[in-house]
Ligand binder design. Structure first.
Ligand code: HEC
Length: 461
């Protein structure tokens, strides 16, 4: 049923309902239909207000009766079509994931019965208490907020830009970081943010050599050293993309931020047609209790060509279902906390499967309708064991045909691996812990080896 027919049908049902009420002989009593205060507000609070309130990603608020009533039909359409709340991972294969944004059939029916009944307000004394959002930081005031101090001025048009901002943490002792939240300064142009940290001073040097705020990193990395080699940060600190929620580390697990580290924000800008300026922020939450395990990063992607070569990815123009595969063998007993699939506009579907040494297979995540605008880390409800020798397999498809409305090139052109939104990528980022690591509450400063070196040994193929 098309959207408009569906809407008409509902209005008609509402009319019939009022007609019956008017006659006083209808089978339905007003008390039978859901009301906003008694039934609907609760559903919107739990599933929608995270984004549908001022300053968040959604274009309008759903905080009070009037806002919901005006859009009652639209609310039913988007929830029946499953486009809202946005959640692209399969709910039958992979996961289960924490905070999955999925409405129950029951809640969906409450919304449609309510709209059918003419969206009645009901009695405000039945209303649930309003949710208090402590500040615009989703988890309340962070322990440490770092902000780009000099706004970056972005031109009106041209290719995407990647900029790295160097924010001294000022920490005199290392901290375990349980979560990071982000406040993009200008949502019109901030496409996504990745955070990492540096302990070598190299990022500061790159910053000093670039006259504008931050420094340019062509290709979305963290820039190049004077030697020509890519500059690699010492560790990662999560990231932000529209609709992304804060990753909450399980108890006893965290990422290290050593004393004196500089936090790096790598911001991907997509120009808006007007000159814009941006100064984004990161908020860090320290771990509350003792930390026993570091959270490490690992990736699965197509095989690289040559030592520092790019991953192999070539999507011929016009191909509607181009398959890409990659895999990685886990070298040490590990647990997987979260996965973050990443492709660009031509991505179509994405599947990550663990194949254990005993031959058993477990789907980790399956996304059947990739949407570039909704990229999320997906956190497992309970960490998934990946015993040594497990192979994590990636299979993804790309649609480079003219029929793909998301295809940025008209007519389609051959597409290769690259950082521009019009290039493509295919990465499964994974957050893992090592089973035999027991830090026993030690400070991050007492850990000699940078995370990256350990990760190389532990997880690289
Ligand atoms: C994670 C953030 C997020 C959540 C949660 C969310 N929305 Fe949205 N919603 C958006 C954004 C962003 C848009 C703008 C369109 C887009 O980008 O998809 C939107 C658009 C809409 C629209 C307009 C769609 C159109 O085509 O005009 C409706 C209606 C809507 N949301 C209802 C809901 C309802 C009802 C819920 C809860 C059941 C919900 N949303 C939960 C982010 C969210």
């Amino acid at each position: 049923m098309s959207v408009s027919r569906c809407r008409e049908g509902r209005r008609f049902a509402g009319l019939v309902f009022f007609f019956c009420l008017g006659l006083g002989s209808g089978p339905l009593m007003a008390g039978d239909s859901p009301t906003y205060h008694r039934d609907v507000a609760r559903i919107l609070q739990k599933n929608c207000q995270e984004c549908h309130r001022p300053g968040q990603v959604a274009p309008f608020s759903l905080l009070d009766y009037e806002q919901a009533r005006k859009r009652a039909d639209d609310i039913v359409d988007v929830t029946e079509e499953r486009t809202m709340p946005p959640w692209h991972a399969s709910t039958t294969e992979g996961g289960p994931f924490r905070g999955a944004r999925v409405l129950s059939d029951r809640d969906r029916k409450v919304l449609s019965d309510w709209a059918d009944a003419g969206a009645p307000e009901g009695d405000s004394k039945d209303a649930p208490p309003p949710v208090s959002w402590p500040s615009d930081w989703a988890m309340g005031t962070p322990d440490l907020v770092l902000k780009v101090n000099q706004p970056f001025e972005l031109g009106a048009s041209g290719p995407d830009e990647y900029r790295v901002f160097v924010l001294p943490s000022g920490l005199t002792e290392g901290r375990w970081i349980a979560a990071a939240d982000f406040r993009p300064g200008n949502r019109k142009v901030v496409h996504h943010i990745l955070a990492a940290y540096d302990t070598t001073g190299n990022a500061r040097k790159l910053d000093a050599a670039d006259p504008r705020s931050g420094y340019a990193s062509s290709g979305g990395g963290y820039g190049r050293l004077p030697s020509g080699f890519p500059f690699l940060p010492a560790g990662q600190l999560w990231g932000w993309a529209p609709g992304r929620r804060v990753f909450q580390s399980p108890e006893g697990m965290a990422r290290a931020l050593p004393a004196g580290a500089d936090v790096l924000l790598q911001v991907h800008y997509h120009k808006s047609g007007k000159p814009e300026s941006d100064a984004s922020e990161i908020g860090l939450y320290f771990a509350r209790g003792p930390v026993d395990k570091q959270i490490r990063s690992a990736i699965v992607m197509p095989p690289r060509t040559g030592l520092f070569g790019k991953p192999k990815l070539h999507i011929p123009a016009g191909e509607a279902k181009h398959e890409v595969r990659g895999s990685r063998t886990i070298q040490q007993d590990s647990h997987l906390l979260a996965v973050f699939p990443h492709m660009h506009l031509l991505g179509r579907d994405f599947l990550l499967t663990a194949v254990r040494p005993d031959g058993s297979r477990q789907v980790l995540i399956r996304i059947d309708d990739w949407d570039f605008n909704w990229q999320n880390p997906y956190e497992f409800v309970s960490p998934v064991p990946l015993p040594r020798g497990t192979k994590v397999e990636l299979v993804a498809h790309f649609d480079n045909s003219a029929a793909n409305p998301s295809n940025p090139s008209r007519p389609p052109r051959d597409v290769n691996w690259g950082e521009e939104t019009t290039d493509e990528m295919c990465i499964g980022f994974m957050q893992v812990t090592l089973d035999d690591e027991h830090l026993g509450g030690r400070s991050p400063d007492s850990i000699k080896k940078p995370v990256r070196d350990q990760r190389r040994n532990a997880l690289e193929d």
